[in-house]
Design a protein around this ligand. Structure first.
Ligand code: GAR
Length: 205
């Protein structure tokens, strides 16, 4: 028997295509979860437009509205608390998540990164792969810890890097793979099939 649906927060800063792919997979019943709140750090992010008809509360928490990192992070915690979320899904959320949020939701925050971690963490994962001359890159879904893209890896998938690739062409090739990978990883999370031991995530399926 399926467990109860996981209550999830979606954090996004930009276009929101991963968020939308996950939302659709939830609507179709592929992922046993629901976004109960969307948090963005940019009021004009693409996710704001995309999620207009989803009927999910959207909260803008913009760092520039806060005097300090601590008050910004407290605002995130306060905003989330009423929603009693089981997990947080970072999908194109372009800020480092602070320690208070990580401690409160330990091993329950997932992120997608556009490279095969631990290679090419941080910004511009695609360009870093091109500049690094690698022949294969990919995406990584991982649990978030206090480092920069250093948390335990849940799932990875690959794409080739072609000789004349630009950041845009590589990103276009990788994006559908990101959607597929994130859907599968989040499905497993929502079914309690992921166990973390040290740095290793074990998948029971
Ligand atoms: C995706 O490529 C995601 O992997 C990347 O931002 C893009 C967001 O696209 N995330 C990072 O670089 C995180 N460091 P989307 O807004 O269309 O989902």
């Amino acid at each position: 028997m399926r467990n109860s649906k996981k209550r999830l927060a979606l954090f996004a800063s930009g276009r929101g295509s991963n968020g939308e792919a996950l939302y659709k997979a939830m609507q179709e019943g592929y992922i046993n979860g629901e976004f109960v709140v969307i948090i963005t750090d940019h009021g004009d992010a693409g996710i704001v437009e995309r999620s207009k008809f989803w009927n999910i509360p959207l909260i803008v928490i913009d760092r520039s509205d806060y005097d300090s990192k601590a008050s910004f992070e407290q605002a995130q915690l306060d905003a989330l608390e009423p929603y009693k979320v089981d997990g947080i899904v970072l999908a194109g959320y372009m800020r480092i998540v602070g320690a208070p949020l990580i401690e409160r939701y330990e091993h329950r925050i997932l992120n997608i990164h556009p490279a095969l971690l631990p290679s090419f963490p941080g910004l511009h994962g695609h360009q870093q792969a091109i500049d690094g001359g690698v022949k294969i890159t990919g995406c990584t879904v991982h649990f978030v810890d206090t480092g920069m893209d250093t948390g335990p890896i849940i799932m990875q998938n690959t794409v080739p890097v072609l000789p004349d690739d630009t950041e845009d062409t590589l990103s276009d090739r990788l994006l559908p793979i990101e959607h597929k990978t994130y859907k599968e990883a989040l499905r497993l999370f929502c079914e309690d099939k992921l166990t973390i031991k040290g740095r290793v995530v074990y998948i029971e399926d």
